[in-house]
Write a protein that binds this ligand. Structure first.
Ligand code: AP5
Length: 219
């Protein structure tokens, strides 16, 4: 069911917990495009104990953004890889104006962004989503203790892996992440609105309803 253009080059924009990762994984499984999540890439670096992971960990655990130069280099390298030549979803990037400007400079003409989709969710809902999120340590599937529970608590329905809570889903870090979103990332809405590529989706509905509307927007 490949309803999404294979030339799609999308940005999923929204606050922490808005459902960007949940929907990006689902779209990327349904159609052939690369799901590029800067959060997942950084968590892999942390797990591998790399130099980049060591640098990034304290920013991430404190709910702060990793410095722009580090992130921009990481994304530029990633979108040059063969699997990302035709189509991709950027999930969690850009989230500052310098990152958005760097992305614009990296893309030009026919390779420009095709969609920027803003996942709108009230802040009060986000806190509940983040504090109840659980992620599979083996396959990366995203669950929620109430909204999307697994059949057996703590065990992934897909692969049987152990479910873990992200270290930045603690209350202190959640508050900081929402504050950082308001001050540093929300200005991107005006940036992309001015460029007439912004589309908004009411993401405070069930994941299935959001997914169907997302596919329509991306066609
Ligand atoms: P990152 O991993 O990108 O985190 P985030 O943007 O804060 O987004 P989240 O992953 O928290 O939320 P999401 O929108 O993907 O929601 P999800 O689908 O999981 O970044 C982590 C850290 O890395 C940053 O804080 C920063 O330090 C660093 N970083 C990353 N990118 C960076 C960048 N560009 N620049 C600098 N630093 C960067 O859903 C959340 C929960 O809600 C789940 O439990 C899910 O099951 C549930 N849910 C989803 N959809 C629904 C729905 N429709 N209804 C009910 N529940 C739902």
């Amino acid at each position: 069911m490949a309803v999404v253009s294979l030339q799609a080059r999308c940005v999923f924009l929204g606050a922490p917990g808005a459902g960007k990762g949940t929907q990006a994984k689902r779209v990327a499984e349904a159609v052939r495009l690369a799901h590029i999540s800067t959060g997942d890439m950084l968590r892999e670096e942390v797990a591998a104990g790399s130099e980049l992971g060591r640098q990034a960990k304290s920013f991430m655990d404190g709910g702060k953004l990793v410095p722009d130069d580090v992130i921009i280099r990481m994304v530029q390298d990633r979108i040059r890889k063969p699997d990302a030549r035709a189509a991709w979803i950027l999930d969690g990037f850009p989230r500052t104006l310098p990152q958005a400007e760097a992305l614009d400079r990296s893309l030009s003409g026919a390779a420009a962004l095709t969609h920027v989709i803003y996942f709108a969710v009230p802040e009060a809902v986000l806190v509940g989503r983040l504090s109840g999120r659980r992620t599979c340590s083996k396959c990366g599937a995203i669950w929620h203790v109430e909204n999307q529970p697994t059949k057996k608590p703590g065990v992934c329905d897909r692969c049987g892996g152990e479910l873990l809570q992200r270290s930045d889903d603690r209350p202190e870090a959640i508050g900081k992440r929402l504050e950082v979103y308001r001050s540093q990332t929300s200005p991107l809405l005006a940036y992309y609105r001015d460029r007439k590529v912004l589309r908004e989706i009411d993401a405070n509905r069930s994941p299935d309803v959001v997914y169907k509307e997302l596919l329509k927007l991306m066609q």
